[in-house]
Write a protein of this length. Structure first.
Length: 234
């Protein structure tokens, strides 16, 4: 399986997406920093805490990398079905199911890994910039960074699985556009925020909803490949 994942990585030149990854990190962090600095000029003053600052980072990162994951999903699976390349691959002496599991695993690992790395990287940058820029009230300690690790990991694992949900819509029409569009809608629905009297709520911040949707994503992936060995893919 690991060899198949490596072959898919090399075949689709996934390494080139690292440029897009760093561009996303710079864009997200730059936007949140600008919002934070602008908030210092408001009547209410700067952001109240490191947690409030990172809340925006989480929301924007989740939206960005769910969509990012859908582009990987489209390239590895949807486009190959649409262009009939998958039919050629199914003639290889490799089980169809094993081949698709490798593609799905690569998509999941890249999405979850990118999301975790991006948020952790932005937290570390914040640790060094806060003393000089004063992005929010208070300070950031190493203990604060370590304390966020479980949430960052859980968030990456669940959002990585949620990024598989667009597979359902993309496979129905064998459409890359449908896959990415559905990912955009899903990411905004999950990570959209509602404010009330200064309190901000997002479905992504709850525990139950992301886990349910993550299980749904895994379920969709399973159903999509369950009978692929017997299914006519013409």
């Amino acid at each position: 399986m690991l060899n198949l994942i490596k072959l898919e990585w090399n075949k689709h030149h996934i390494g080139r997406y690292f440029k897009s990854f760093f561009f996303c990190v710079i864009s997200i962090y730059g936007f949140v920093v600008l919002l934070s600095l602008d908030a210092k000029n408001d009547i209410d003053g700067a952001m109240s805490s490191f947690q409030e600052f990172m809340f925006l980072v989480y929301i924007l990162s989740n939206i960005t990398f769910i969509i990012f994951g859908s582009t990987i999903l489209s390239r590895l699976i949807i486009s190959e079905f649409r262009t009939k390349t998958m039919q050629v691959m199914f003639t290889y002496p490799i089980k169809r199911k094993k081949l698709l599991i490798a593609k799905l695993a690569l998509t999941y690992l890249f999405t979850a890994g990118s999301l975790f790395t991006s948020i952790w990287l932005m937290q570390i940058i914040t640790y060094f910039l806060q003393p000089s820029l004063g992005l929010f009230e208070g300070t950031v300690t190493l203990q604060d960074l370590v304390a966020t690790l479980p949430k960052t990991l859980t968030n990456a694992f669940t959002m990585g699985a949620i990024a598989l949900i667009p597979l359902f819509f993309g496979m129905r029409k064998k459409s890359t556009a449908t896959t990415i569009t559905s990912a955009t809608i899903i990411s905004f629905l999950i990570n959209g925020t509602v404010s009330n009297s200064g309190d901000t709520f997002s479905l992504a911040n709850s525990i139950v909803i992301p886990v349910i949707l993550a299980l749904l994503g895994i379920g969709i992936a399973y159903v999509s490949i369950r009978n692929i060995d017997e299914k006519d893919v013409a």
